[in-house]
Design a protein around this ligand. Structure first.
Ligand SMILES: *[C@@H]1O[C@H](CO)[C@@H](O)[C@H](O)[C@H]1NC(C)=O
Ligand SMILES: *[C@@H]1O[C@H](CO)[C@@H](O)[C@H](O)[C@H]1NC(C)=O
Ligand SMILES: *[C@@H]1O[C@H](CO)[C@@H](O)[C@H](O)[C@H]1NC(C)=O
Ligand SMILES: *[C@@H]1O[C@H](CO)[C@@H](O)[C@H](O)[C@H]1NC(C)=O
Ligand SMILES: *[C@@H]1O[C@H](CO)[C@@H](O)[C@H](O)[C@H]1NC(C)=O
Length: 952
């Protein structure tokens, strides 16, 4: 720095010069040659190498003083104003990695996280940056091998390369960062094993390598990282045992090795983690007993060992820890819960479901801590509920279903105003429910079915304003259903079936506008069925069977748009069946065993509905046997019919005889009884196909028939579906089949499988489709062929294609076609994995026929796991069911799991699983910041890139 030398200068000038020199040397005004150079470097990089699409670097301008210290993202040394940090994270810049920033020799920290930088790394050029202290490239679109650090980066303390598309092994240079404290490689495509040389990073206190497709074990050298506080290697494909050396990590606070394939026992050495607060080992293959040694970890607050193969008992020493959260779900643990667990003053969350625990729960559970979440379902617990479970009034979830709990609900539970979720079904509980328990203000789910509760439902239930699901079936409740229930406007489901309720049902119940399911069967309700039902626009199930309802069936029921399940059987209903009911598309219709009279209305006068009409002695039909015939004079019509029938028999007999003799004479084969329809230009006929419908060519069996692959003479391969066809076939079924085939035949869409040909003969029907090389999406996704669907982009294309096919069915076809069985097994994939919906419309055919109860019904309802919950019991028909099922397919594509994967646990399907995870994960800041949370649900085989997340 050049400071003017004051020699022989008079006083005022001297003062002025002194002032000036003070200004010069103050930090604000001091800048050297290098700083001007830094500004030029920054500008050159910005202009030549980065795209600043969002204009966030607009204030990077050469001002008069050429001082970059107030430019966006630039940090300077407080003393000499040299540039020491560049933080351009989340500015939306793109381009390749700007090595030239490192030409600023004073630069220490370079953070370019959460941008769109792309390309690969050159180790040679990266050496320019060897003076950096921090390098953060998280959440960009870098590809290729992890950068190799040729030059020793002696100062590097923080290296974050997470959320990129880096591939390959961790290079040996990663073992040579003498000062490294934080190494974050999460969410890449890093493969290979975790290299032992990471054990050399003696200063490391954070190591995060989760969400990478690694292999092999956690190396024992990891134990050398004695300063490590966070070790996060979740969902990284780890196998083998947890090394004994893990116990040497005396500084460790957080250990997350969840969702891997770790096996073996939890090592006793784990007791060495004397500072550990969180241990997450869920979703592995750990076996053996819970080590007593865990009991030494006095700093532990969160222990999650769920979803392993652990056996043995729950050790007293672990129960004595002061954990906040304990999850041991989905293991093979047995024995009793140590009483000392109830002494824990911190216990907040206790999840023990899906084990084999027995005995009583500790009496004082909940008394000493603010218990919020309590789930012990699916065990063999017995005895009474702990009286003080909600003592601190924090309990939100009381989940104990499927155990052998007995006794009454403690009175204290009535004070539990925090409670929202009660699922205590399938136990041996008895006695009256404390009155206040019915009116808890936050109660949402109330499922207590299949116990032996008694008493009546109090009118004060009207205070449970949030109640959506009231399921109290299979108990011994009696008395009337209070009209207070009519105040619960959130109610979706009321199931009071199989109790001893009496009295009339208040008509105000029709004011529950959101009601979807009302089941009251097997009680002793009396009086009329309410007729003011027009507000029940969402009602899909109404079951009032096996009661003492009287009066007429309200015709208004016929106008409920969503009702598809109506069972009024075994009551004392009188009058005629209102013809209005025929307006509905009912899948279940039952008015049998009543006192109905008159003529069955034409729309219901069908074989399908017969069983639902029987047991009404005064009900008659023009033709439906065995119902009595309707007519003014039965004997007259009987005579007419006998005469007609005789004529018919004679006529038909003679015609047949004539035809037979004629065809015998001409030698005509009966083959021409086939009825053939072709839909595309085809070069084959039924003779090319029928001989090949043999077991060797069988490729699938479904609810409606068998599917064969047939190689035609002309070289074409087709898929042939042969429908099961009972011998109870009738002319109208024939026409239904034909109209169905016409529908299928007129559909032309790229994402719908092409029907080429159909053939209907006396005893079978065949449908010939183009053959899809890659089978069904379900096979590919859940079979051993998944290698073909590793990338998200392919899965995404499949999702879009299938959605287009579905949209065509729903919106472009007139009338719309509802598939009703959308599932991954019905999405076929051609050679290029282009999706085509298959098997549509047939379900509808089967439904209209309504034959062979179980089989055809299960087809109509769709497939287990794909059925919208509100439709599961209704077989309701509209586009929404398809959309829901398609949503399930989307989740399948994302998670790679089957809709009913056993790992979700009983009572949980993919929808509940995903919802629960997404809702319980705190949303993180930033565009790509959801990785950790989303990654729990994402198919580990999928290898998504950060850019894929953007797409999500
Ligand atoms: C400014 O200070 C830093 C240390 O804070 C030093 O590394 C750098 O060389 C100095 N720069 C100049 C231009 O004096
Ligand atoms: C890197 O930057 C991201 C985004 O700003 C931040 O979340 C992350 O903590 C940083 N990494 C390190 C090691 O500081
Ligand atoms: C990086 O992305 C830009 C678009 O932002 C693209 O033009 C360029 O080709 C990409 N470079 C590499 C190496 O992928
Ligand atoms: C990430 O890698 C995968 C597979 O290696 C590739 O399909 C995808 O295009 C890559 N994404 C980016 C942003 O380069
Ligand atoms: C590092 O770990 C290995 C294996 O656990 C051990 O043999 C070695 O002595 C350790 N080295 C140091 C320097 O502690």
């Amino acid at each position: 720095m050049i400071v003017p030398q004051p020699i022989h200068i008079h006083r005022p000038t001297l003062i002025l010069l002194l002032l000036l020199s003070m200004l010069w040397s103050s930090p604000r005004f001091s800048f050297g040659v290098s700083l001007i150079g830094d500004a030029q470097i920054l500008l050159r990089v910005k202009n030549a190498q980065l795209q600043d699409t969002n204009g966030r670097l607009e204030n990077w301008l050469l001002n008069t003083r050429r001082n970059p210290c107030n430019w966006a993202g630039i940090g300077c040394d407080a003393q000499n104003r040299s540039v020491i940090s560049i933080d351009l994270s989340d500015t939306g810049i793109s381009g390749a990695f700007p090595y030239d920033f490192c030409r600023i020799r004073t630069l220490l920290d370079l953070s370019l996280a959460s941008n769109f930088l792309n390309g690969t790394f050159s180790p040679r050029r990266l050496s320019l940056c060897s003076h950096l202290r921090l390098l953060n490239l998280s959440s960009n679109c870098f590809v290729g091998e992890l950068p190799d650090f040729w030059q020793e980066f002696r100062e590097l303390r923080h290296l974050d390369l997470s959320f990129n598309n880096f591939t390959g092994n961790i290079p040996p240079s990663f073992g040579r960062f003498p000062a490294l404290r934080v190494l974050v490689l999460t969410c890449n495509f890093i493969s290979g094993t975790i290299p032992p040389f990471l054990g050399n990073l003696s200063e490391l206190n954070r190591l995060e390598i989760g969400y990478n497709p690694l292999t092999g074990p956690l190396p024992s050298e990891i134990g050398n990282l004695t300063k490590l506080e966070d070790l996060w290697v979740a969902t990284a494909n780890l196998a083998g045992n947890i090394p004994d050396s893990i116990g040497q990590l005396i500084s460790l606070k957080n250990l997350d090795l969840s969702t891997n394939s770790l096996s073996g026992k939890i090592p006793d050495s784990i007791s060495g983690l004397r500072n550990v607060r969180h241990i997450l080992l869920y979703e592995n293959k750990l076996y053996g007993e819970l080590p007593q040694a865990l009991g030494n970890l006095s700093s532990l607050i969160n222990l999650d060992l769920s979803e392993n193969h652990l056996t043995g008992k729950f050790p007293e020493r672990i129960a004595a820890l002061h954990l906040t959260s304990l999850s041991l779900t989905d293991n093979f643990l047995h024995g009793e819960i140590p009483v000392i667990l109830a002494e824990n003053p911190n216990l907040n969350q206790l999840k023990l479901f899906n084990n084999f625990f027995t005995g009583k729960l500790p009496e004082n559970l909940g008394r000493n801590s603010e218990l919020e979440d309590f789930d012990v379902s699916n065990n063999n617990f017995s005895g009474e509920f702990p009286e003080y479970l909600c003592y601190r009034n924090k309990l939100q979830r009381l989940v104990t279903f499927t155990n052998r709990f007995s006794g009454a609900l403690p009175d204290l539970y009535g004070e539990c105003t925090s409670l929202s979720y009660v699922r205590i079904r399938n136990n041996d509980l008895w006695g009256e429910i404390p009155e206040k328990f019915w009116s808890l203000p936050l109660l949402d789910f109330f499922e207590i079915q299949n116990n032996n509760f008694e008493g009546s439902v109090p009118g004060s239930i009207s205070a449970a304003r949030k109640l959506r699901s009231l399921v109290i079936s299979g108990n011994r409740f009696s008395g009337e259903l209070p009209s207070g229930i009519c105040n619960l406007h959130e109610l979706l489901v009321i199931d009071v079936s199989k109790n001893r309720f009496t009295g009339e049902v208040s008509t105000c119940i029709t004011g529950l506008k959101n009601l979807q399911k009302l089941t009251m069967q097997e009680n002793m309700f009396t009086g009329k069925i309410p007729s003011t039902v027009s507000s029940w626009t969402d009602l899909t199930v109404l079951n009032l069977s096996f009661n003492h309802f009287s009066g007429e069936i309200p015709p208004e029921l016929g106008s409920l748009p969503d009702l598809t399940y109506l069972d009024l059987s075994s009551n004392s209903l009188t009058g005629e069946i209102p013809s209005e009911l025929t307006k509905m598309t009912l899948n279940q219709f039952n008015v049998s065993s009543n006192k109905l009279s008159g003529k069955v209305p034409p729309g219901l006068n069908h074989q399908v509905y017969l069983s639902g009409l029987l047991g009404n002695p005064d009900l008659c039909s023009p033709d439906l046997k065995p119902l009595p015939l309707c007519s003014k004079s039965k004997s007259f019509s009987l005579i007419v019919i006998i005469i007609l029938a005789t004529c018919m028999v004679l006529l038909v007999g003679s015609v047949l005889w004539f035809l037979k003799s004629k065809s015998d004479a001409l030698g005509v084969k009966s083959k021409r009884l086939f009825k053939i329809t072709t839909f595309q230009r085809i070069v084959f006929n039924e003779e090319d196909i029928i001989p090949f419908l043999i077991n060797e060519n069988l490729i699938g069996t479904g609810g409606s028939g068998r599917v064969y692959r047939v190689n035609l003479k002309a070289g074409q391969t087709v898929a042939v579906k042969k429908l099961y066809w009972g011998d109870t076939q009738k002319p109208d079924e024939e026409s239904v089949f034909n109209s169905e085939v016409e529908t299928l035949g007129r559909i032309r869409h790229d994402n719908i499988v092409k029907l080429l040909f159909s053939c209907s003969a006396a005893d079978f029907r065949i449908l010939v489709y183009e053959y899809m090389e890659n089978g069904s999406l379900g096979d590919v996704l859940h079979g051993d062929k998944c290698g073909d669907l590793m990338g998200w982009s392919k899965r995404f294309e499949i999702a879009v294609g299938a959605a287009q096919g579905l949209a065509y069915l729903h919106h472009d076809c007139v009338p719309p076609i509802v598939h009703r069985d959308v599932k991954s097994n019905n999405i076929l994939l051609d050679q290029q994995f282009k999706p085509r919906l298959a098997d549509f419309g047939l379900a509808r055919t089967l439904q209209r026929e309504g034959r062979d109860g179980g089989c055809s019904l299960s087809r109509v309802a769709g497939s287990y796991g794909y059925i919208a919950p509100e439709y599961a019991y209704t077989l309701k028909v509209n586009e929404k069911t398809d959309v829901y099922s398609f949503g399930v397919v989307l989740m399948e594509l994302i998670t790679g799991k089957r809709p009913n994967d056993y790992s979700f646990g009983e009572d949980k399907d993919i929808v509940k699983w995903v919802t629960q995870i997404v809702l319980s994960s705190p949303a993180l800041e930033g565009t790509t910041g959801h990785c950790r949370d989303l990654f729990q649900i994402i198919d580990p085989r999928l290898n998504p890139s950060p850019c894929d997340y953007e797409e999500n």
